[in-house]
Design a protein around this ligand. Structure first.
Ligand code: DOR
Ligand code: ZN
Length: 441
């Protein structure tokens, strides 16, 4: 009998470079699967696949798409020393199951012109364990056009925070959004309205910090962004409570919640390790945010990884900087919630892999033909408790000490294993990426 054309084509194709067999979420269910990966590190097919010489069977462990964390602060250039760097932060990402990080521009000096983006890109080459997308600060109107050709996204700060002292006046926000709408890049906003801060409150612990930068300052800042001028792709960073969620969704905005706002409240600890912007909220607010996340109403999980040296976090609360590390622990903390039955795996994967990758225009985050084979292997029996001494952040501390976590056992980047038995075995081959939809790419 004559062979069909497609069989001929099948025979002509080279065997997959790697076949990864295990269990994966397909059509909403965990089921046995074989994933064929081609020589370019792309997923070729999913399902029963042709045998190749290189097959890895992970048994009943679960294969997941690796995560994209679209909000981290890697502190280059300018440090301070002992906080973070591109090599250390991307190593933490790789070990925590994150294959792409979006690096924020509030460095010293800030990234606000084309030269600063290019010089940061040069720092990534040969030093990054995972890929990096570089945000530029949308501070200088004259620089925006040039930035839109080299940066991966814009960050707009509506309130002062680490490294940012001057911000746009409320009346200027709309005009800036309209300019950004013409440039084609995604825009992330730190949405707090400083005129709603309460200066009389000293801010000596997380509860006072919450009272000083109250929820209403966030809601007012979010309202300032609505409706976004089309075709702007607007994303609100670190939403801390559930009240604005409906309005954000109805206005078509993207937004994120962080593991710390989902899992910690103003009562979780009193020392400056628990000081962040925007602040940790009340237990009732935390619960409301968590319930919304579990219902799938929060599209994206991002760490706002913002380490500071321990010496500065040992200062009196009012003087200590805001921010905590999180890129290494984001997925492991939430995988433990899945194991505990508090959260659906599909909800977590959508919020950590599929949606953030789509937002940044990357063919990542899905186990589907044509996507990059950036994958994790997770064994849900491998539970541990977080211990800062075993984490890789140079700052040496975590606000999640003792929390249950499940780290990925393996991490593949373009089909190549970069984490094996929880140890980094890769080489620093991470590159700078821009959204595939961006102009001039
Ligand atoms: O807590 C925070 N830390 N919030 C921010 O907005 C900035 C960040 C940092 O860079 O330290
Ligand atoms: Zn941040």
């Amino acid at each position: 009998m004559a062979r069909s054309g497609s069989e001929d084509a099948d025979r002509a194709r080279p065997a997959p470079a790697l076949v990864l067999a295990g269990r994966a979420l397909l059509r909403g269910r965990l089921q046995p699967v074989e994933i064929a990966i081609d020589a370019n590190g792309r997923i070729e097919s999913v399902g029963k696949v042709r045998a190749g010489p290189n097959r890895r069977d992970v048994g009943d462990a679960v294969i997941l798409p690796a995560a994209t964390d679209l909000h981290v602060h890697l502190r280059e250039p300018g440090g301070p020393a002992g906080s973070e760097s591109i090599p250390s932060g991307t190593l933490e990402a790789a070990l925590g199951g994150v294959t792409l990080v979006g690096d924020m521009p509030n460095t010293s000096p800030p990234v606000e012109d084309r030269e600063a983006v290019e010089s940061k890109a040069a720092r990534v080459r040969g030093r990054a364990a995972v890929d990096v997308l570089l945000y530029a600060a949308a501070t200088r109107p004259g620089a925006l056009e040039g930035l839109s050709r080299v940066a991966g996204g814009f960050k707009l700060f509506l309130s002062p925070t680490t490294g940012i002292d001057e911000v746009l006046a409320p009346a200027e926000v709309r005009g800036r959004l309209e300019r950004l709408a013409r440039l084609g890049l995604p825009v992330a906003v730190h949405a707090e309205a400083p005129e709603r801060f309460v200066p009389g409150v000293a801010g000596r612990d997380p509860a006072e910090w919450n009272a000083r930068r109250p929820k209403v300052s966030e809601t007012v800042a979010i309202d300032r962004l609505l409706p976004p001028p089309p075709p702007l792709r607007l994303h609100v960073a670190h939403v801390t409570h559930a009240e604005p969620i409906r309005r954000l969704a109805e206005a078509g905005l993207s937004f994120e919640a962080t593991p710390h706002h989902l899992l910690l409240s103003e009562r979780s600890g009193r020392d400056p390790r628990f000081k962040v912007n925007p602040p940790l909220r009340s237990e009732a607010d935390r619960r409301g945010l968590w319930d919304a996340f579990v219902r799938g109403e929060i599209p994206i999980l991002a760490s706002d990884h913002a380490p500071h040296p321990l010496e500065t976090k040992e200062l009196p609360f009012e003087k200590a900087p805001s921010g905590m590390p999180g890129v290494e622990t984001m997925l492991p903390l939430l995988l433990a919630r899945v194991r505990a039955g508090d959260l659906a795996l599909a909800t977590l994967v959508a919020a950590t892999a599929d949606r953030p990758a789509r937002w940044l225009g990357q063919s990542l985050g899905r186990i589907a033909p044509g996507h990059r084979a950036n994958l994790l292997v997770v064994d849900f029996r491998q539970r541990t408790r977080l211990d800062a001494r075993r984490l890789h952040a140079p700052c040496g501390w975590t606000a999640f000490e003792g929390h249950e976590a499940i780290f990925p056992r393996e991490h593949y980047r373009d089909g190549e294993r970069i984490v094996e038995d929880g140890e980094y075995v890769g080489r620093p081959s991470g590159v700078v990426v821009r959204p595939e939809y961006a102009r001039g790419q």
